[in-house]
Design a protein around this ligand. Structure first.
Ligand code: CA
Length: 458
């Protein structure tokens, strides 16, 4: 009881603490950008502003996302849970035109919702992709005080529509805006940062749709179609790249990198740089069909080879994260929920989380975590000709089953590019991991959250 009283008192005080004691957080989350699409990770595409976060902070070599597909990756990021726990079974992409009944549910708690309760000002600028039918799916109902952006998987970068359907919001209202989506998102982020006051810490989820393809409209076929839409000036800058698809993709990346540079400059100009943890990561691996690349890793978006789920991740927090540091531990986007809440002094006990608090990794007092298990399960998607994949990482080992039923065992400490299938050499381990995969798929199902359990007296 005493502990509980202290906790309640601490929560009450939380709102009074200033941003110097609790950091602001800017989470830059980009779309379909692979390991070979960031300069700091060896790409031929120059991304000096993104790279600066690693130079002035920490670079991660084994940072995973919750899924290799947009919607479940974002579900895992915000709820801190394996997407298999999603109540609406969000294991594949929510399609804008015909998937209006499903999305993130009211009882599924996001960390921005806890931050907001704890006194943070929270905003999503950019892509949501966790539901677009009923208003109850909107980000304003899931922890964000402000929302400027779109709810579908992608938009026409010039009209802010999905094909010809409206999908650009200011909070819960549709708004007509024109320009270039990446630049608009950057402009809004800069304005948001300028509006913030020192007395209240903030969380900005800056979810660029770039470098993902856009969704235009073909009037002759009367169909929404995938289009790249690189800004012409940036396309000219990337003229040295021979492959035309890669060139259009690169143009979108450098345009976005410029925008990230403007966001970082705004933080500095507003005197927020030292008090702000900036995280850069991508939602999953690149898609070769649209110019992305995950080389030298195997696989891509919607697969569960490393190229689908291991992503670039850089974090900067001056004075707390050592500049130019690196970390090779097995970490996950699922870890951000408990970590950011710990930094924000917001209690998470009782929430069903699958990640770890990695504050010690960021501050350098800890180099690694105990052996951990990470589970992935992508849903099938007939429209996109995608089947179900599953994978389990346990320590250095990874079990993988493709949509065609091919099964693999990899030792990632010796073979991070997944060239050697060791299932015949290690039959017992292979079977143990396969059984463990089966058990976890049965175990990692929807759970009640803290408030729901309390209401029911559990
Ligand atoms: Ca994506």
């Amino acid at each position: 009881m005493i502990q509980r009283l202290i906790l309640v008192a601490a929560c009450g005080l939380a709102g009074l603490l200033n941003s110097a004691e609790r950091p602001n957080v800017v989470l830059i989350f980009t779309d379909d950008q692979g390991m070979n699409d960031v300069g700091a990770y060896g790409s031929e595409i120059a991304t000096p502003h993104i790279d600066s976060l690693g130079r002035d902070g920490m670079k991660f070599s084994q940072w995973y996302v919750a899924s290799s597909i947009c919607t479940p990756s974002r579900f895992g990021l915000l709820t801190g849970q394996f997407p298999t726990r999603s109540r609406d079974g969000l294991l594949s992409a929510l399609m804008f035109l015909n998937d209006k009944e499903r999305g993130i549910q009211q009882g599924e708690v996001t960390f921005p919702a806890l931050l907001r309760k704890g006194g943070y000002h929270t905003a999503l600028i950019g892509k949501w992709h966790l539901g677009h039918g009923a208003k109850t799916f909107l980000p304003t109902r899931h922890g964000f005080s402000e929302f400027i952006g779109h709810t579908g998987g992608c938009i026409d970068f010039y009209t802010m529509r999905y094909g010809i359907q409206r999908d650009w919001y200011h909070d819960e209202k549709h708004v007509d805006e024109y320009g270039y989506a990446t630049d608009l998102i950057t402009d809004e982020a800069v304005k948001f940062l300028k509006r913030q006051k020192k007395e209240q810490p903030f969380f900005l989820y800056l979810a660029y749709n770039a470098p993902h393809f856009g969704k235009g409209w073909d009037p002759t076929k009367e169909l929404a179609v995938n289009i790249m839409q690189p800004p012409p000036a940036d396309l000219a800058r990337e003229g040295h790249i021979k492959d035309p698809v890669r060139r259009t993709f690169a143009a979108k990346v450098v345009n976005m990198d410029d925008g990230i540079g403007r966001v970082l400059a705004a933080l500095k100009a507003n005197g927020q740089e030292r008090d702000t943890l900036v995280i850069f990561m991508t939602d999953h691996g690149g898609d070769y069909e649209f110019g992305g690349s995950n080389k030298p890793f195997r696989g891509e978006k919607a697969t569960l080879f490393e190229g689908g789920i291991r992503v670039p991740c850089l974090m900067r927090w001056p004075g707390r994260i050592q500049a130019g540091s690196t970390n090779d531990a097995v970490l996950s986007a699922l870890d951000l929920f408990p970590t950011i809440c710990a930094l924000a002094k917001v209690e998470v006990a009782g929430y069903p989380l699958d990640g770890e608090d990695i504050t010690g990794i960021l501050t350098g007092v800890q180099k690694t975590l105990p052996v951990r298990e990470l589970l992935w399960h992508t849903g099938s998607h007939t429209e996109l000709k995608r089947g179900t994949w599953t994978a389990l990482r346990q320590g250095d080992w990874k079990f993988l089953e493709t949509s065609k039923g091919e099964q693999f065992l990899f030792n990632l400490s010796q073979d991070q590019h997944e060239k050697a299938n060791l299932k015949a050499q290690h039959p017992k381990l292979f079977n143990d991991l396969r059984k463990r995969r089966d058990a976890l798929l049965k175990e990692c199902l929807p759970k009640k959250n803290h408030a729901e359990s309390q209401r029911q007296g559990e």
